[in-house]
Design a protein around this ligand. Structure first.
Ligand code: PPS
Length: 302
């Protein structure tokens, strides 16, 4: 793996953070310690937010949204790594530029990603009536992906064993908190704000259909050949070999892709390779209790 983008960061190492609570939601200390800057951010009306619980397909949507915005210009979408083209809003890890520093330098319309639960999104986004593309992924695949991500990046606390991490995830004692509260919160808000609510599994099933939904939401009209180009260039196989999308530009002291690739498998149902029968039964029972009052339904879960 080569790092030829920002070579000055080659030796960068990151120390695993502690979790700190913000309104009862655990965050890596590097988010919690910078909360005033996040909270007071001034959104613009044409800002586009991509919101997800971690490991739900954020990078996939970032690539699609950039390709839509650039009318399928693949070269243009390789101008910088995805985390600079569409910055991570609540990112504060020295000596990398913060998400907000990158956003402040962007011309409108600006695009950014966040993992914040709805109740913690700065109020200026709603005052400015900004649009949000929300992507949700089934809990079990999210959990598996999050476990492997914790193994490979020092920006997250130690995951512990698979079964320990499973317990922490079910209790919501992981970075950005409870998956259940996150998806339910955004689901309840989807008709109160301009939110396009999408599912990872739907995009896997029919990327073309979901890309068209995103383009419509972004008020972009795309020619047929451009749509096909976007489908191709945002596919897992193409993105995993694209250094501007696969995070190989990040030094190994921050993300060690020898432990687990950022673009790991990109599949629906990989959880079946991780859960024991009894873990699956416990998880299903707990899931049913957590989701009982919500009309939000995922497939491939129970
Ligand atoms: S992060 O760190 O929260 O921003 O991660 P995020 O991008 O949300 O999630 C990473 C997972 O998404 C998968 N991925 C894709 N799946 C299908 N198609 C495409 N193009 C794609 N791009 C990224 C990625 O492989 C991670 O999932 P797992 O299950 O770990 O492979």
């Amino acid at each position: 793996m080569e790092l030829d983008y920002h070579p000055e960061l080659q030796g960068l190492t990151v120390r695993r953070p502690q979790l700190k609570l913000l309104q009862d939601v655990p965050f890596p200390a590097w988010v919690a310690d910078n909360w005033e800057t996040v909270k007071t951010f001034q959104a613009r009306p044409d800002d586009l937010l991509i919101a997800t619980y971690p490991k739900s397909g954020t990078t996939w949507i970032q690539e699609i949204v950039d390709l839509i915005n650039e009318n399928g210009d693949v070269k243009m979408c390789k101008r910088a790594p995805v985390y600079e083209r569409i910055p991570f809003f609540e990112f504060f890890l020295d000596p990398l530029p913060t998400g907000i520093e990158l956003i402040d330098k962007m011309a409108s319309p600006r695009m950014m990603k966040t993992h914040l639960p709805i109740q913690l999104v700065p109020k200026s986004f709603w005052e400015q009536d900004c649009k949000t593309i929300l992507v949700a992924r089934n809990a079990k695949d999210c959990l598996v992906s999050y476990f492997h991500f914790h193994r490979m990046t020092e920006s997250m606390p130690e995951p512990g064993t698979w079964s320990e991490f499973l317990q922490k995830f079910m209790k919501g004692r992981v970075s950005w908190g409870s998956w259940y509260d996150h998806v339910k919160g955004w689901w309840e808000a989807k008709d109160k704000h301009r939110i396009l609510f999408l599912f990872y599994e739907d995009i896997k099933e029919n990327p073309r259909r979901e890309i068209l939904k995103m383009a419509k939401f972004m008020e972009k009209v795309l020619e047929q050949d451009v749509i096909e180009k976007i489908v191709h260039h945002s596919s897992f196989d193409v993105m995993k070999d694209n250094p501007m999308a696969n995070y190989t530009t990040i030094p190994t002291g921050f993300m060690d892709q020898n432990i687990s690739r950022f673009m790991r498998k990109g599949e629906v149902g990989d959880w079946k390779n991780h859960f024991t029968v009894s873990q699956n039964e416990d998880f299903d029972e707990h899931y049913a209790r957590q989701m009982v009052h919500s009309s939000l339904k995922f497939r491939n879960v129970l």
